[in-house]
Design a protein around this ligand. Sequence first.
Ligand SMILES: *[C@@H]1O[C@H](CO)[C@@H](O)[C@H](O)[C@H]1NC(C)=O
Ligand SMILES: *[C@@H]1O[C@H](CO)[C@@H](O)[C@H](O)[C@H]1NC(C)=O
Ligand SMILES: *[C@@H]1O[C@H](CO)[C@@H](O)[C@H](O)[C@H]1NC(C)=O
Ligand SMILES: *[C@@H]1O[C@H](CO)[C@@H](O)[C@H](O)[C@H]1NC(C)=O
Length: 473
Amino acid sequence: MFSEDHNRYLLLQQNQRRSCLVEKKTFLILICLILPITLFCATYMILFGIYEKLVYPKSTLNGFNTKEVITQNLHRATLYNNLKPFHNLSDIPEFGHTDAVDDNVFRLVCYYNFPSDSYSLQVKDIDPFLCTHINVAFASVHNNSINLNEVHLGYLQEVVKLKDTNKNLKILLSIGGSGNSDDFPEMVKNHTNRKTFIQSILYYVKTYGIDGIDLDWEFPSEYPDGDKNQRMHFTQLLAEIRKNISRQKNFPYLLTAAVAAPAALVDAYYDVSYMNDYVDFVNVMNYDFHFFTTTTPFTGINSPLYPLSSEKMFMSTLNINYSSHYWNYKGMEKSKIVVGLPTYGHTYRLLNPRNHEIYSPASGYGKLGFNGFASYYQICNFLQVNHITPVFDMEVLSPYASKYYEWISFDDEQSLTYKTEFIKNNQFGGAMIYCLNSDDFKGSCTMGFSGGLKFPLISTVKSVLGRTDPGAV
Ligand SMILES: *[C@@H]1O[C@H](CO)[C@@H](O)[C@H](O)[C@H]1NC(C)=O
Ligand SMILES: *[C@@H]1O[C@H](CO)[C@@H](O)[C@H](O)[C@H]1NC(C)=O
Ligand SMILES: *[C@@H]1O[C@H](CO)[C@@H](O)[C@H](O)[C@H]1NC(C)=O
Ligand SMILES: *[C@@H]1O[C@H](CO)[C@@H](O)[C@H](O)[C@H]1NC(C)=O
């Protein structure tokens, strides 16, 4: 009995020791496996975090890259880039270029997006003498009337006060915007609704002292299968507003429209020669010609002045030169064509970093900015921190830059100098800038001729234009 018990006791002890050993073993194995993995991950994350911080400097500036604004622009950029190639290029006459006339005056129309927080461009930081016109963006259409919330109305009133400093400055309220144009179709539909809208314009002009309105409907009869009547109704709206303006003795407000640039869209959306009779001028949105979409998965220039020599047919029409002349060819007087230029760029993620030219395969948006849009100050910081010298392409007259997987098309002082000279030499009506918010408004960028100055890009356009005079409408 006793020995049996003793044996059982020994056996029990043995088992315990064994299981203890097994536990120890498991523990050791776990330590040996998990510790290095954890350490590796931690090190990698720290290094990667530092790397990210170095490569993509955090900017305290904001304003342009608010989700709202970007989402709005995304609609247009996507639309521009999903056009079906069209063929009737043959009937566009050659345009000779005229030499600039010294005493000509040009408009410099700048869009100002409502600030979304304290890092955004504030009204007090806008130089009242920089632009001839400021388009405050965006109000919407609601219940057939102009609709602006209290906060935005406050900003509008603040912008109007800039006229106390520069009495020649014109302030326009821009209505619509890409992705914010849903209520236009209903409003333009019949005379009654349009009349209500015109009364609301008059109310804004009289109550808030604005100088005019800019209609940014993106877009009437939207391509490819929108309601064709919208285009006609839009023209009717412009005609009725013009009629109303002609009746105003004390408030002769300005009427402008922000319009699409690609020729296929001009054909689909606008009765250009009629519009010519009604608007003071149009702001041609000459940007987003190239942007990453799943159907256009390659790098491209946001706002090329001229085509690349390798671009043929349809592709050779996606540039400022073609669009500006096309608007003129369709019936808009040159002096009423205000040529749009961007202060933002587009980013791409390269498929293969070694392939980093224009038209290189891309797999998505770059990391800089948001949704493929980046402000000049972000791009400038990125280039400075990473010691990147951009490539300046002498065909499109625009720069681009890349680092590893990141690829960026943008505008700098040099490209905007060429583009502004183009406006002068061809006697167009001036330059439109989209937008004040995405220029280097703090002067944080020290690159370029005017590095360290505030609004280096818009200042460049202003100085190349020479005499700018808002009196010339
Ligand atoms: C600019 O456009 C005009 C009109 O289409 C054309 O005649 C001219 O050749 C173009 N210039 C360049 C450099 O492509
Ligand atoms: C819409 O506008 C009309 C006047 O044009 C006004 O009587 C009506 O109350 C408005 N409705 C809403 C929902 O604001
Ligand atoms: C105009 O359209 C509105 C709907 O937006 C409708 O209520 C109104 O009766 C129409 N007016 C006329 C004169 O057709
Ligand atoms: C147009 O202007 C006249 C004259 O100032 C004004 O009385 C009228 O209400 C305005 N509105 C429309 C829709 O014509």
